[in-house]
Design a protein around this ligand. Structure first.
Ligand SMILES: Nc1ncnc2c1ncn2[C@@H]1O[C@H](COP(=O)(O)OP(=O)(O)O)[C@@H](O)[C@H]1O
Ligand SMILES: [Mg+2]
Length: 251
C-alpha cells in the first residue's frame, strides 16, 4: 500500500470528512466523535472516537450493555447534544458547527425523537402533544388539526385525542410519542429503547409502526435489545464502552 504524503496538510482529513457528503445516498456522516461527561473530578468518556456513515433508508440498531453510551450517541447523532470533538454532517448540514437556535430548527424539520420514557407534555392532550412540533414550524391551527387526525388514527388512537398522558397506558403514551416524532414528517427517526417498558403486544404494534416507517423511506436509528426490532434492521451495531465493537448486516 502506498503511503500518503499529505501528512503535513489538513487536506487529507478534510477530504475524509467531506467526500461522502457528495454521495446523495448519505444521511449522516459522523467523524471521530467524542463526548465526555465531567462530574466533579471524574470524567466519563461516554462516546470514544466514533466514526459512522449512515445511508438514507438505513435501519440501524445499536445494542450494548447499560452504560455503553448508546443514549449519548443517539443524542449526538440527532443534534440533541454536542460532542466535545468530532464532526457530524446530517442531511448535508454540518450540525457540529451550529448555534443552539438554528440547531433546534434543524431538529424540528429533520429528526423525530422517540424516548424510552415517552416524554410527553403532561398538561397537553394526546392530540396537542402531536400538534406541538407542528405549531413550532408555524403551521396554522387548521392545518395542524388536519394532519393530526390521520396520524392518531395511524397509531390506533383516533379515539384518544382528548386524553391526557396520565389517562393513557404506557403503550398508548409511546404510540403518541411516535406520532409526535412523525408530526413534521422528518427524514430521520431516532428511538431510544422504545419498547423497553412495554408488554409484548404493544411491542409488536410498535415494531409494525417502525416497519411502516422503513417502507416510507425513513432513516431509522434505534438503541434497543428488542429481537423484533433487531430483525427489521439492516445494520446491527454492537456498542460497548463508548465504541463500536462490531457491526453485522441482516441479509
Ligand atoms: N448527563 C450525564 N452526566 C454525566 N454522566 C452521564 C450523563 N449521561 C450519561 N452519563 C454517563 O455516560 C455513560 C454512558 O451513558 P448512556 O449514554 O446513558 O449509556 P446507555 O444508553 O448505553 O446506557 C454512563 O457511564 C453514564 O453514567
Ligand atoms: Mg440509554
Amino acid at each position: 500500500m502506498s503511503k500518503r504524503i499529505l501528512d503535513d496538510t489538513p487536506l487529507e482529513d478534510e477530504n475524509e470528512i467531506l467526500e461522502p457528503i457528495f454521495d446523495k445516498n448519505i444521511m449522516i456522516v459522523a467523524r471521530k466523535l467524542t463526548k465526555d461527561y465531567e462530574i466533579g473530578e471524574y470524567i466519563v468518556r461516554a462516546v470514544d472516537n466514533v466514526s459512522l456513515d449512515i445511508l438514507i433508508n438505513d435501519f440501524i440498531v445499536i445494542k450494548g450493555p447499560s452504560g455503553a453510551g448508546k443514549t449519548t450517541l443517539l443524542n449526538l447523532l440527532g443534534g440533541l447534544d454536542s460532542p466535545n470533538s468530532g464532526t457530524i454532517i446530517s442531511n448535508g448540514v454540518k450540525i457540529t458547527d451550529m448555534e443552539e437556535e438554528s440547531l433546534a430548527t434543524f431538529r424540528l424539520i429533520n429528526s423525530g425523537f422517540i424516548f424510552q420514557n415517552y416524554n410527553l407534555i403532561s398538561t397537553l392532550t394526546a392530540e396537542e402533544n402531536v400538534m406541538f412540533p407542528m405549531s413550532l414550524t408555524g403551521l396554522s391551527l387548521k392545518d395542524q388539526r388536519e394532519k393530526v387526525v390521520p396520524l392518531l388514527k395511524k397509531i390506533g388512537l383516533g379515539n384518544r385525542r382528548e386524553h391526557l398522558p396520565f389517562q393513557l397506558s404506557a403503550g398508548e403514551q409511546q404510540r403518541v410519542a411516535i406520532a409526535r416524532a412523525l408530526a413534521n414528517d422528518p427524514p430521520l427517526i431516532l428511538a431510544d429503547e422504545p419498547t423497553a417498558n412495554l408488554d409484548k403486544e404493544t411491542s409488536i404494534f410498535i415494531r409494525d409502526l417502525f416497519k411502516a416507517m422503513k417502507e416510507n423511506k425513513k432513516t431509522i436509528i434505534i438503541a434497543t435489545h428488542d429481537d423484533y426490532l433487531i430483525k427489521l434492521a439492516n445494520r446491527i451495531i454492537s456498542f460497548e464502552d463508548g465504541k463500536i465493537i462490531n457491526e453485522k448486516r441482516n441479509p
